[in-house]
Write a protein that binds this ligand. Structure first.
Ligand code: SF4
Length: 350
């Protein structure tokens, strides 16, 4: 279950606290030592047993023979004119994924990746043009948040307030690692960030939405809807052919019922594709029996793709129509467009 490196050592960062405690008991060490080591690894981000000065030297050397520390490093950094920062993260095996720090008046958001590439080939998305190479492990997801949080505190002098799993990949196709990463991020030994500040965004994997509900998760769920009729949605999101709107809606109702949490419907608005009042009417039919709010997201043109940003007027008309029908609607402005950091633009181009 735990990965071994070439020296036959175990990656200590793949252990939960409970697992580390059991491991320590198995190697005839005290349970509280595991807890001390866990604190060093996660709270203090230490990657050298010699720096763990409350651990006896003999135990430090024993641990050094058993464990190694995986590392995610920042391999590139681009800053947009709007202060959005895009980071390339080099994972321990050399693969690269991207994360984005998005500052706004009210919040500082980290947008992070869950897979290297993506298998779902959404027609409007640059990541969808890359092959899915592998899932990102829990500790690698955690590292993205850790680095972005540090940059926010150091450069912007502000704490990180929100985390969205909206970068590269489909989080629910990497379920185990995503859930485990959230356990580390929210734990008091980790970053102690409230699950209410975390949103996992899915293209709509019905079976896994049911699983989230059954697991009674405490974080927020967003659905990338983008079109509320099956024909249009399948045109831009092939996943809709096997997870259609009817089955999606019933899974979201199940999620509402089991968790009592409001879902966010994300709707990227494209010129002459889904920006008419008829499209808004279809969206209302989909949303009407859900506890939800709607985020309309400005599209960012992606080189080589046939979709375009709609006008501000059309976006406002669309928003107003929904609001008149009683929905809570926000418009999310495009951020970091000049550095290809905006929604749908992540493609490891830096
Ligand atoms: S939008 Fe999300 S699910 Fe679709 S291809 Fe891009 S990364 Fe994958």
């Amino acid at each position: 279950m735990f990965n071994l490196n070439l020296m036959n050592k175990l990656n200590i960062r793949t252990f939960t606290k409970d697992e580390l405690e059991s491991f320590f008991i198995n190697i005839k060490e005290k349970k509280f030592r595991a807890s001390q080591v866990f604190n060093w690894v996660w709270k203090n981000n230490v990657d050298d047993f010699d720096k763990m000065n409350n651990i006896p030297v003999s135990l430090r050397s024993k641990l050094d023979n058993l464990f190694y520390f995986s590392k995610t490093i920042i391999s590139s950094k681009q800053i947009s004119t709007d202060q959005t920062i895009k980071l390339g993260f080099k994972l321990s095996d050399g693969f690269i994924c991207e994360g984005v720090l998005i500052p706004s008046k009210k919040r500082i958001t980290a947008c992070i990746s869950s897979q290297v590439g993506c298998s779902l080939s959404c027609a409007f998305c640059a990541t969808g043009k890359l092959k899915r190479l592998r899932n990102i492990s829990a500790e690698e997801i955690y590292d993205q948040v850790y680095h972005i949080k540090k940059i926010s505190e150091k450069k912007l002098k502000k704490p990180l307030t929100n985390i969205v799993y909206m970068g590269m990949g489909e989080p629910l196709l990497n379920y185990k690692n995503v859930i485990r990463s959230i356990q580390f991020i929210t734990s008091k030994e980790g970053l102690a960030i409230s699950p209410k500040r975390i949103t996992v965004s899915t293209s709509g994997i019905v079976k896994m939405i049911h699983k989230l509900a059954d697991d009674s998760v405490k974080f927020n769920l967003a659905l990338s809807l983008h079109a509320a009729n099956n024909e249009k949605r399948s045109q831009i999101m092939p996943i809709n052919s096997s997870n259609n709107l009817e089955s999606l809606k019933s899974s979201l109702q199940y999620f509402n019922k089991k968790t009592n949490r409001i879902i966010t419907l994300e709707y990227i608005i494209f010129k002459d594709f889904n920006d008419s009042i008829d499209d808004a009417k279809e969206l209302i039919v989909f949303a009407k029996d859900l506890k939800c709010k709607i985020n309309i997201i400005e599209y960012n043109n992606v080189e080589g793709l046939d979709y375009n940003k709609t006008s501000v007027e059309k976006t406002n008309q669309f928003k107003l129509y929904l609001e008149k029908k009683g929905f809570i609607v926000n418009v999310r402005k495009s951020r970091g467009e000049d550095i290809d950091a905006a929604c749908g633009q992540l493609a490891n181009k830096a």
